[in-house]
Design a binder for this molecule. Structure first.
Ligand SMILES: NC(=O)c1ccc[n+]([C@@H]2O[C@H](COP(=O)([O-])OP(=O)(O)OC[C@H]3O[C@@H](n4cnc5c(N)ncnc54)[C@H](OP(=O)(O)O)[C@@H]3O)[C@@H](O)[C@H]2O)c1
Length: 304
């Protein structure tokens, strides 16, 4: 079991409930709450202390879309810890398709780039001991029944994957859900490539599945927010998505269950809820070592 865990985006939604569930385990001694907004982080910390009766939470300021903030967070951690949960992310806000000073599309930056620097620099500094979990999504393999297309590439080359990182792959697209699948696809491939380089650490990509009760729709336009929230509520009634604690439980199991294999991307077998399976058995891109290496190299082109 993991005694000390660092969770990004721990002040809301799934990340906060992962912190709550882990704190209730007798084996957990320390939870680092990686948050960008100190006011929200303090409020969440007080709530978690009150709900769990545990005084084991420590806030670490980190904005995963800002590499200098990520590096400062790595430096600030004095003790090595057992598990890293890379949960911060989502659709990337109103300016999801803007390109930042790293030349990276905002949605990619929030979901992936900062986490790549975080995980790799923690490992190099000897600060991550056992397991890293990345918050994947079924969108990475496409879900026809939810209108999510399977990511499709011509060459799977470093060049082509780089165009996902900088957003040019998507042209003048204005829909934040179009890049979301390919962004999470590249992240799952990157995690698999790390598992081969660092066999002493377990790398698990895990989708929480369709999870209600989070703040993920808050950055959408009012119309889209109303539509998405309404759709999720209806889906919950029909058992096609699940509650917050079920989505968060997938991450808790992801870091604690030793039978889950390093390098594998786990998500729903069908739709976005229910049993989880290795997504490579549904979409064999995730097992392709060349694609994994190309994904990693394409991301590294943007890190300096
Ligand atoms: N909910 C679902 O159905 C679902 C399905 C598949 C995958 N996922 C993935 O699961 C993860 C959590 O989603 P959620 O539904 O719990 O979303 P959420 O309720 O919106 O929570 C996202 C968390 O990430 C933080 N965050 C966002 N940008 C950040 C940044 N630049 N630096 C640091 N923290 C940042 C947010 O902090 P602030 O409060 O400061 O914004 C918040 O704490 C995401 O990666 C999402 O893509 C969710």
């Amino acid at each position: 079991m993991n005694k000390s865990i660092f969770i990004t985006g721990a002040n809301a939604g799934i990340g906060k409930d992962v912190a709550r569930q882990l704190a209730l385990l007798d084996t957990t001694e320390k939870i680092y709450m990686g948050c960008r907004n100190m006011r929200k982080a303090e409020t969440a910390k007080k709530e978690l202390e009150s709900i769990t009766g545990k005084d084991i939470f420590e806030i670490v300021q980190i904005d995963v879309s800002d590499l200098s903030s990520v590096r400062a967070a790595v430096k600030s951690l004095k003790e090595p810890f057992d598990a890293l949960v890379m949960n911060a992310g989502g659709t990337g806000g109103k300016n999801f398709n803007e390109v930042n000073h790293n030349g990276v599309m905002q949605q990619f930056s929030v979901n992936v780039l900062g986490h790549v620097v975080l995980a790799e620099e923690l490992i190099k500094a000897g600060k991550l001991k056992k397991v890293a979990l990345y918050a994947g999504s079924e969108a990475a393999r496409g879900v026809k029944s939810f209108g999510m297309k399977r990511p499709s590439f011509k060459s799977h080359s470093v060049e082509e994957f780089s165009s996902v990182v900088d957003g040019s792959f998507f042209g003048k697209n204005k829909d934040e859900m179009v890049p979301y699948g390919p962004v999470k696809y590249l992240a799952a491939l990157w995690m698999a490539s790390l598992s081969r380089e660092y066999p002493e650490i377990r790398f698990i990509t895990m989708s929480p599945g369709g999870t209600t009760g989070t703040e993920v729709a808050n950055t959408l336009s009012p119309i889209k927010k109303t539509m998405m929230t309404g759709m999720m509520k209806m889906m919950e009634v029909f058992g096609r998505v699940h509650k917050l604690e079920v989505g968060a439980r997938r991450f808790v199991d992801g870091i604690n269950d030793p039978t889950l294999e390093s390098g594998v991307f786990y998500a729903s077998k069908s739709g976005i809820t229910g049993q989880i399976v290795d997504q490579g058995t549904l979409f064999n891109d995730f097992h392709n070592v060349v694609y994994q290496n190309n994904a990693r190299e394409s991301i590294h082109r943007f890190i300096n």
